[in-house]
Design a binder for this molecule. Structure first.
Ligand code: FAD
Length: 436
């Protein structure tokens, strides 16, 4: 692969936000370089094995269209998605296909060493790849690293954690099990509802993704007997397409910061031990798991929250819960505040009323004091509460796509990002405010 000395747009981080940004900008005719330190794309959706896509529809209408729907369509085509759940491997393949059709140059196994900038503009990114150093110029940069790494490296402003306590959300190592007798699990849950969350739906339809969450008495007994660490609060899994498989969002790693290597190392070890302990408990005691087995653990522990950029607008928890609308709206969401509590902190899940939604303004993607740097995905400019709602995959894809569109438009018109005319940008986006 021949790397160019300059690209119109450089996107850092190939999670769902970066993939969506790169595909959109590529399809709009810009030359795009997407850089990623893993050997595959997808970020939390693949390395973290996070599935399913969280709520993003109201009254049967999806609030996120465009690239997100193309990814879904591509995954269904290869048999890797049903309902709202998918396999990490299908996500990788679907994303690679779409990136290639959009003529995006993808550089994997690559580390960002530094940024060169003139006060408010980044001019070059310095990369370490193939045991060589590369200095690549770009007109617009998009930070989709999840950790606001370009913002941090470029010396722009960012925040991290809760505004008062500094708490970061809990970390979770996903794992996948096979050989589960789902009918037996469903029968057990239906007959023991007190042992499960009250939001569970007991009309089990095995053609769709099923969520099972609770097993409180098993967890409590195992903790009392020293067989499970006390951080585990419940066992939660969702089924996977046409299989006897479940994807477990159960481990609960507290007190560590997912943006530092030393804390991440500790978290990986704790998460792995928790996953193994939960698997043993399920196999030994829980009806339906007698013949189950561990298929795989995620490549990396799931990180919900690290740095957030400070942008021209900061999306707050009140914007989420009151359904704020904006004149420069570029995306919409209907998922509420969802904080997985830290040690000493209660978890929160605050749903919006059915039918309500909020908008996300373009200004929350524009990094303050930077003229050619956008953020998208889970590191956009927001308070901790705002972030906890905006971070889900469909919304991350929507902000990514908007960042890609803005960057490509700015290059096409030769205008700064802040000088773009909103109606021009809106025309490039794939949703219509009137369709609700
Ligand atoms: C445990 C857990 C459960 C979740 N559950 C759900 C759920 O059920 N449904 C849902 O919709 N959402 C869920 N989420 C949220 C969602 O998965 C993420 O917030 C979302 O995927 C973030 O996407 P992103 O593209 O912004 O960031 P990421 O997916 O984090 O992608 C960032 C990418 O940047 C790369 N990168 C980072 N730094 C560098 C660097 N310096 N150089 C090169 N590359 C770099 C990373 O390797 C990664 O590929 C969950 C998250 C977690 C952690």
């Amino acid at each position: 692969m021949q790397l160019l000395h300059e690209y119109d747009i450089i996107v850092a981080g190939a999670g769902i936000a970066g993939i969506s940004a790169a595909i959109k900008a590529g399809n709009m005719g810009a030359s795009v370089l997407l850089i990623e330190h893993y050997g595959f794309v997808g970020g939390m959706s693949t390395a973290g094995m996070v599935s399913p896509f969280m709520k993003h529809s109201i009254n049967g209408v999806s609030l996120v269209e465009g690239v997100f729907q193309s990814i879904e369509k591509e995954m269904r085509k290869i048999g890797g998605m049903i309902d709202n759940g998918f396999y990490a491997n299908s996500f990788r393949s679907a994303a690679f296909n779409l990136l290639s059709s959009a003529n995006v140059t993808v550089l994997l196994h690559c580390e960002i060493e530094a940024l060169k900038k003139n006060e408010r503009e980044i001019t070059e990114i310095h990369l370490f790849a193939e045991q060589n150093r590369f200095e690549i110029k770009g007109k617009v940069f998009i930070d989709t690293t999840g950790d606001a790494y370009l913002v941090y490296t470029g010396g722009f402003n960012w925040v991290k954690g809760d505004e008062k306590t500094g708490y970061l959300q809990a970390l979770t190592l996903f794992f996948r099990m096979g050989g589960i007798n789902l009918v037996k699990v469903a029968e057990y849950a239906s007959a023991n509802r007190h042992d499960f969350f009250n939001w569970m739906d007991y009309n089990f339809n095995f053609d769709k993704i099923i969520s099972v969450a609770g097993f409180f008495s098993f967890v409590k007994r195992a903790i009392n007997e020293g067989r499970l660490p006390k951080e585990i609060e419940y066992i939660f899994f969702t089924t996977l397409p046409e299989s006897e498989e479940g994807s477990f969002n159960t481990s609960n790693v507290l007190g560590l910061d997912g943006s530092t290597s030393s804390d991440l190392t500790k978290a990986e070890l704790i998460g792995r031990k928790q996953a193994n302990d939960v698997v043993k408990l399920l196999q030994d005691e829980v009806p339906g798991f007698e013949n189950s087995y561990l298929l795989e653990t995620a490549t990396q522990i799931g990180v919900r929250e690290t740095r957030r950029a400070i942008g021209d607008y900061v999306v707050t928890g009140i914007d989420i819960s009151s359904g704020s609308k904006f004149e420069d709206a570029i995306a919409r969401g209907c998922y509420g505040i969802d904080i997985h509590g830290q040690k000493g902190e209660n978890s929160r899940m605050e749903h919006l009323r059915e039918g309500e939604y909020y908008e996300i303004p373009f200004r929350s993607l524009m990094v303050k004091d930077a003229d050619n740097l956008l953020v998208a995905g889970r590191c956009i400019s927001s308070t901790r509460e705002g972030h906890s709602a905006l971070r889900i995959m469909p919304t991350s894809s929507a902000t990514g796509e908007a960042a890609g569109a803005a960057a490509a438009l700015s290059v096409r018109k030769g205008t700064g990002l802040r000088q773009l005319i909103y109606s021009d940008l809106f025309r490039e986006l794939s949703y219509n405010l009137k369709n609700l």
